[in-house]
Every structure is written in C-alpha cells, then in structure tokens.
Design a binder for this molecule. Structure first.
Ligand code: ADP
Length: 251
C-alpha cells in the first residue's frame, strides 16, 4: 500500500518537474524518502509524549498544533487572544486558523527527514487541507479507554518553562512540582480540569473520531492498545517502532 502511495508521489513529482506551471500551488519541501505520520487518539492518550520520543528517534519533526496554540496564548499574541477562550473551554480552535498554522509549519524548509503530526487533524476539513499538501504514510492510532484518559489528564502536570509532561501519579518528577529537565515550575493546564476534560472528550467523539472512517482504506493504520495507566512510554514507543518497521514504513 505505502509502495503504491510512494510510487504515485514520485510520478506526481516527475509531472510537476516537467510542467512546473501546472503543478500544485503549495510547495512541498519534503523528499520522497521522508516519513509523514499522524499520531491519532483522544485527548490525554499520550500523543505528545510519544510523538516527541518518536520524532527524536526517527529524526523527524514533531508538529504539535496544541503546543503552537499554547505558545501563542502564553506569549499573548493577537492570535493567542483570539483563541484562548476556545482552548480553555475545551472546544476546538476554528479550522481556518488551525489550517493556516499547519500550512506554515509544514512548508518550513525541512531540517529533518519528515514529520509527525500531533493533535492535527481534528476535523475532516483539517484532514482535507493536509491531503492537498502531503500524502500521509501511516496513522499511529492510540486506542485508550475513557477511564484511562480521565485518570491521566486529571493528574497531568506540565513544565511552565520547557513544556515537559509529567503525571503526579504515574510519571512523577524527581522533586515534587519541579521539572527534571530544566528545573522549571510544574502547573496544571486550565483544560485539564475535570469540567473541561468532559467537554474535550465530547468534542473528540463528535468531531475527531469520524476521521477514522475518513482514513480507513486510504492510509495504513498502526493500532496501539493502551489498556492501562501505567505502561511506561518507552514500551509504547518500542511497540510503535516495531510495527512501523514491520510495515516497512521507517527509513
Ligand atoms: P490534547 O491533550 O487534548 O490532545 P492538545 O495539546 O493537542 O490537547 O490541544 C489542546 C487544545 O488546543 C485543544 O483542546 C484545542 O482547543 C486546541 N487545538 C489543538 N490542536 C487543534 C486542532 N488541530 N484543531 C482545533 N483545535 C486544536
């Protein structure tokens, strides 16, 4: 399947080289051999943690719309002011804004061998937008029961300074309230409070879950079952890498 996709891409690129004026408007800076993955799952599934570990192991870029959005809010930019209410209420930021953010990131000159999208797409519109720019090689789908999500999110803490993620029950920092990596202060995200978690799960069911049917049959899936709260992230990442290798999806 991925071979067919890749050959298609090669063909398309040849045509573009030959008829530059007829090629797509969006620049596609990656090479054919690069990896393009989506990590998909409900809020609190661990997407960010696994994506950053996979990115460093595979030498690809992690593109996290959640991190970019939080950064805009933290810096109090015009964009940050526009979107803060959506995020704090557990709602999605409007598609047109997120799609712009994504396009900008994806079209940056590549310094890596591809990318992993983390927290994007979250709606069919967002998926269609990425389809116009890149072919995705695989969806890494995290299957997590709801009780695990609630347990994880309500005890999650983040470093104010470097964004490292901890869990006060399952992935404790060495010293309470202090980041192991940079010594920064740990805090609880506004949207990790119980009322907001409920809303985020609802939004996920209604707006994001339908993406599974959207991609079924189009893109290979790597399904990862996360049935308990205390599986070490390294174990999950090892499992993901093994499956990607088996499917011949890593370079
Ligand atoms: P989660 O842990 O819920 O997966 P993220 O860090 O990915 O959280 O995102 C936090 C919030 O940022 C979301 O609840 C949403 O408000 C906003 N957000 C992030 N990515 C997107 C996106 N692709 N589309 C719309 N809103 C987004």
């Amino acid at each position: 399947m991925d071979k067919i996709l890749r050959e298609g891409r090669e063909r398309e690129r040849l045509i573009q080289d030959f008829h530059p004026l007829e090629s797509k408007v969006v620049v596609n800076p990656l090479q054919d051999g690069d990896m393009r993955f989506i990590i998909f799952g409900p809020p609190g599934a661990g997407k960010g943690t696994y994506a950053s570990m996979l990115a460093s192991k595979l030498k690809i870029a992690q593109i996290s719309t959640g991190d970019i959005i939080r950064d805009e809010i933290k810096q109090n930019t015009d964009l940050g002011k526009k979107i803060i209410d959506f995020v704090n209420k557990g709602e999605l930021v409007p598609d047109e804004i997120v799609i712009e953010i994504l396009k900008e990131e994806i079209n940056k000159p590549p310094s890596k061998k591809g990318f992993i999208l983390d927290g994007y797409p979250r709606t069919i519109e967002q998926a269609k937008a990425v389809d116009k720019i890149e072919e995705i090689d695989a969806i890494i789908r995290l299957v997590v029961p709801e009780w695990v999500i609630i347990e994880r999110l309500s005890s999650r803490r983040i470093c104010k300074n470097c964004g490292a993620v901890y869990n006060i029950r399952y992935l404790k920092p060495k010293k309470e309230g202090v980041c192991d990596v940079c010594g920064g202060e740990l805090y609880q995200r506004e949207d990790d409070k119980p009322e907001v978690i409920k809303e985020r799960l609802k939004v996920y069911q209604v707006q994001t879950q339908p993406l599974i049917s959207y991609y079924s049959g189009k893109v290979p899936f790597v399904n990862i079952e996360c049935e308990s709260v205390d599986i070490p992230p390294e174990t999950i990442v090892k499992d993901i890498l093994q499956q990607l290798h088996k499917m011949d999806l890593t370079k």
